[in-house]
Design a protein. Sequence first.
Length: 482
Amino acid sequence: MRRWLGRSSLFLGALSLSVVSVVAQAAGFDHVARLADKGFVISAQAQLLDSGEVLGALNPSQPLSPASVTKLYTAAAALDRWGPQHRFTTRFVSTGALDGNGVLHGDLVLEGGGDPALTSEELWRLIQKLRELGVSSIDGQLVISQWRFGPVTCETSDRCKTQTEGTNAYASLLSSAAVNYGSWCATVMPGVVGQPARITSCDTVAPTLRIENDVTTVAAGGSADLYAKRDTDSQGDTLKISGRIPAGTYPRPIYKASSDPADQTGQTLLSLLRQAGVPVSGGYAVSRQAPPPSAKGLAAVEGKPLQELLLRTLNYSNNFMADTLALDLTSGTQQNLPDAGRELERFATSLPGHGAAILRSGSGLTPENRVSAQSVNALLGAMYGNASLFPTFVAGMQVPTNGPMHFIRRGSQTFQDHVMLKTGTLNEPVTVRAVAGYFRTDSGRWGSFAVLVNGTASTPYLSWRETLPMVADDLTAMIDRH
């Protein structure tokens, strides 16, 4: 489903005819160019979208790592494939028969539909639909089917480490049957001063994994100091939480990636079924096989519209959601991130004026991803030229003055109010600070920009506190001139 016709093709054609020397172009990025003196490699370009006029550029065709700016490609490809109102469906199916007493004789299969935002709330709605059919118990197993993809082979050191130890939520593992973004959640609440804190599951009445509680309740007035990690052994996951929490403090949620998202779904769903009064005699199992053709649908729940998924994916730079969406673009069974990357590459190279791209993931966690500032602007221009998709696409970007990520609230008021952006950050194996998006001039003209800054093994650490004001100063000058 390709829609890249009309105004975007005209402006990109004009852009391809623009031949400006590197020296002249660099004048538009005077501040950003200073990073080259420290050894950083830069690809930058800004342009007006109605005319294709290049306002500034610095090595615009140099392929560099875009980090999470990659998510713009995933969002655009998803919108192009499905449109803003698409919803992913999760189903209960079974080959068993329901008797007059409400007993389902046979396995109950959860068929994962690759919903990037499937949560316990959706599972509860699914169980309610099962109860409406009169199902009161399962004489068989609960089977979690991740036949589309999962477990997905890890492609980065962070995700490979997550298989045995979870110290964060941003590197969650992937499955088409994952729930709660592939992460466990526990809530820490103060107890009696001097005694252990209270810890409960965010998602079920009783915790579905082992919890080691080494959190002490201290006197009111202090600050909470919590440390948590998830360990895995032969018996499964354990969430270990230590530290202190003051009396009277509001509850604190803790999120850590699980070692096996489909297994996490099995534990969570089994607990919710029991909580709903629907016992399962055979426990649960995880399968990579599709349900047999003879399986009949029992209940289904649709997830949130794609436009809402993209808002969360881009605004919060959610790696789990982005990579799940990229995997959803693939066809066949048991797909992995390189397969998803090839789909994104095909999409990118189909855009007028884009050129070659290397995309190994939809999130940008893979440091091998390579695009140029010129290519990112081709993507932004194509989306701007698509009247039916552009509003949803741009809505996922942050306006610095009121975006959820506070670190972008830098620069002039012009930058704060006139720019819509997506950032990308990597610290290993080299520093990456990338930013791309749109701007509007006081006269109402639209422009797009991309600034990709990559370090080397010998460059110093580069913070956003240092980088973003440089980008803001250069864009402010361009906006003010037009």
